[in-house]
Design a protein around this ligand. Sequence first.
Ligand code: FPP
Ligand code: MG
Length: 353
Amino acid sequence: MAMELTFGDPALTARLERGVDAAEERLRAVAAEARDPRVAEIVGHLFAPGGKRLRPLLALVGAEFGERDPSAAVPAAALAELVHVASLYHDDVMDQARTRRGVASANARWGNATAVFAGNWLLSKAARLAAELGPETIRLQSSVTNRLVMGQIRELAGPSDDGDALAHYFAVVAGKTAALIAMALQLGAVRTDAPEHVVQALAEYGEHLGVAFQIADDILDITSTSEVSGKEQGKDLAIGVASLPVLLALADERPEADELRVLLTAATDAPDGSGLPRAAAPDDSGLPRAAAPDGSGLPRAVALLRRCGATAQARAIMQARLVRARSAANGLPDGPAARVLHALCDFVAHRDR
Ligand code: FPP
Ligand code: MG
């Protein structure tokens, strides 16, 4: 599987590995349901190696807190990854991303329309899988899909003129990232009949872990390389997504932060398309976008962001979220599975892709 699992308990580690492998097998079977081999190739494109498989893993860890055999959560693990991958097809269209999971993005390879339909195809399969698992799973899946979409709409809309940019950021991230991470844990726990207070504690843990995970993603956009992350470096910046380090840098009023602030707030609707591709696209919603440096300023902005305090400040905010995640994990029955939740906090803190 994709994440290196060293969770202390060998039996649990082996069980989780088997579960993630079985979920992957299930995903490949779903893609193969497209009888047309061309469609199968497109909808199976992002199941290729390169993903971290965090969400299936979380579903399987959640299942460890229940009363039934945790392997009952394999379909739930597949469902969490299905919804995630569907959202990646759409996200890469929105972000005009060229690479994902170390390969060409679906939109780069087959165009935007095909990528959107492939995401929809996967979502339809997720709905069918949820129906097989029962009403509670359908409820969780529909709620998470709604939160994902709301997160993206809020991100596109940006904060209101008199709104708090950081509060807006956390609302976006709760929807676009934390919701699915929390749901994966809940789904797994529900599959094995975990008590309600346990399901709730897992959800709380997942909400905090998910926010921390997205902050790490924001930081990696600035500090990582494409070779390691499998995505383009500086992409958030290039498309005008107000990531946490960017918001913190914009709020820095010291004179030494002037150059970066000017770069980040520079007018970006350059006619050559070097500025804000999402805002400049003719089919765009017309909603306001965050400011981004123009094409030439991008490498300079990345270099300045790496050096300035905003990245360290973002890291501190991420750590504070991890403390809250750990505190929620401490409310769960102690044992190897709870220790995995703590190990995942360490993984996010040291995430490099
Ligand atoms: C990544 O954010 C965000 C997501 C993967 C969520 C995307 C959600 C949608 C497009 C809504 C539609 C949802 C479904 C289920 C079809 P990012 O761009 O900051 O992260 P990245 O660095 O991984 O691209
Ligand atoms: Mg993206």
